[in-house]
Design a protein around this ligand. Structure first.
Ligand code: PMP
Length: 466
């Protein structure tokens, strides 16, 4: 019996409750899951509880978690101080629809930590954050188009849904009006000349938005020179530079990637960690842009010269309480250092697995993030004399690994009790331990063996050198 069939049988046999939940879900929930990435065969994970770096499904199976609430849980799951802040706040009312003191303290922490954040506006998710940032940029400049980069993810709304998943020129989703594409200029990242050319020739561009880590939280790394150049070119053309720091904010440093690099955007999108594991998001930025939200009492101004923004759950009290608690802890720098240290150990251990097994690929990532690239182009392997030669910044390669390889990789890891974020990568927290690294590395090595056996991986010696 193939290794996958054997594992699959054991996996399914140990998840009878998960299977029942999935069948129930399918009857009432569209797609059977709450998020496209949660879909998994034979059945999605159905999680009952989580603590620190681990989580347990409804059948009692344990997982080492590298999904970490899609990157929201920098301090780990169910941190006692955070859950206490949420429950004591909720006891006084979960939602008023009015302003309250905690949101101001939350905003003060964000403006203290994030260099570009002179003012903030709260929303409820990363998707809302990028939608609102683009509206602000258009309002401020009076222009309509948005320059985006292939592979960069900014949520699921119409303006950003195309171009994040290869093939980049295909529609991102059905149901998006064709006008959305007309408002979009989509180019590969990393090429400053191309950016300069686009901005010089197209005067209709309001903003450039990007993940400053590189696409998909650093899956496709970007150079510092590119970020610096982008800052300079956008300023020259009076185009708004928007950093989507939904993942990197409060993870790369207490002040995000912008604090680490000194490249300061005009607007910043934040979500995930900012709300401490509760729903929440933020648009932060220059006071002269953010003043477009100001209500002055002048009827003409207030009706026609400002940006409209509502949102029932903006800055809800439990989200504010969780956010404040987490940001206060992160401000010391200690949780980030801890998460980075343990992630570095994991990257090193996993890369050694590839080295030991001669696999054509490499493990990489910044801060507390890891990605794995498996080279499946025998031409590239043939031209490489060592694994280092396979390193690339080409989004078509890094985001173009065969779907079957990705699926099997995720299955083998999960069958062995390791859950990751997406593609081949994941995120760590300050709660991860050396024990997690040791157990996850054993699962990774078994995965690599299985994938090799299934003929899905190339080794450095399996290809005739050219
Ligand atoms: N931007 C980036 C960089 C993200 O990674 C995500 C979510 N993974 C979003 C925006 C969207 O955030 P949300 O899922 O909260 O809408």
């Amino acid at each position: 019996m193939a290794i996958t069939d054997e594992l699959l049988g054991a996996y399914a046999a140990g998840r009878t409750q998960s299977e029942k939940h999935f069948q129930r879900a399918r009857r009432v929930m569209a797609g059977g899951v709450g998020h496209d990435l949660r879909y998994f065969e034979p059945m999605p994970l159905c999680i009952a509880r989580a603590r620190g770096s681990r989580k347990w499904d409804v059948d009692g199976n344990q997982y080492i978690d590298f999904l970490m609430g899609n990157g929201a849980m920098l301090l780990g799951h169910a941190d006692p101080e955070v859950t206490e802040a949420i429950s004591s706040t909720a006891a006084s009312g979960t939602h008023f629809g009015n302003d309250h003191p905690l949101q101001i303290e939350w905003a003060e922490w964000i403006t203290r930590l994030i260099p570009s954040a002179e003012r903030v506006r709260f929303v409820s998710s990363g998707t809302e954050s990028s939608a609102l940032a683009l509206r602000l940029a258009r309002a401020h400049t009076g222009r309509t188009k948005i320059l985006r980069f292939e592979g960069h993810f900014h949520g699921w709304h119409d303006d950003v849904v195309h171009g994040f998943h290869p093939p980049f020129d295909a529609d991102g989703s059905m149901g998006v009006p064709p006008q959305s594409r007309q408002n979009l200029v989509l180019i590969p990242d990393g090429d400053l000349n191309m950016v300069a050319e686009v901005l010089a020739s197209d005067t209709g561009i309001a903003a450039v938005i990007l993940e400053p880590t590189g696409a998909s939280w650093g899956r496709v790394p970007l150079s510092l020179e590119f970020l610096r150049g982008l800052r300079e070119i956008t300023a020259r053309h009076d185009v708004i530079l928007i950093f989507d720091e939904v993942v990197s904010g409060f993870r790369y440093s207490p002040g995000g990637l912008q604090h680490l690099t000194g490249v300061i955007p005009d607007l910043t999108c934040l979500a995930k960690i900012v709300a401490g594991g509760m729903p929440g998001g933020v648009v932060a930025g220059r006071a002269d842009i953010m003043q477009l939200f100001d209500i002055t009492g002048n009827a003409q101004h207030d009706r026609h010269r400002r940006v409209l923004h509502f949102g029932t759950f903006n800055a809800s009290p439990p989200s504010a309480a969780a956010g404040i608690t987490v940001l206060r802890r992160i401000a010391s720098g200690e949780p980030i250092q801890r998460a980075n240290r343990i992630a570095e150990q994991l990257r090193h251990a996993w890369d050694e697995v590839l080295e030991r097994n001669g696999v054509a690929g490499y493990v990489y990532g910044d801060a507390s993030i890891f990605h794995v690239y498996f080279e499946t182009d025998s031409g590239r392997v043939g031209r490489a004399s060592q694994r280092r030669d396979l390193h690339t910044r080409d989004a078509k390669l890094l985001k173009g690994m065969p779907p079957q390889l990705i699926t099997q990789y995720q299955r083998h890891l999960r069958y062995r009790g390791v859950d990751i974020m997406s593609s081949t990568g994941g995120l760590l927290s300050s709660a991860h331990t050396e024990q997690d690294v040791a157990e996850a590395t054993a699962a990774f090595e078994a995965t690599v063996h299985a994938l090799t056996e299934e003929g899905l991986l190339l080794t450095m010696t399996s290809v005739t050198r050219v």
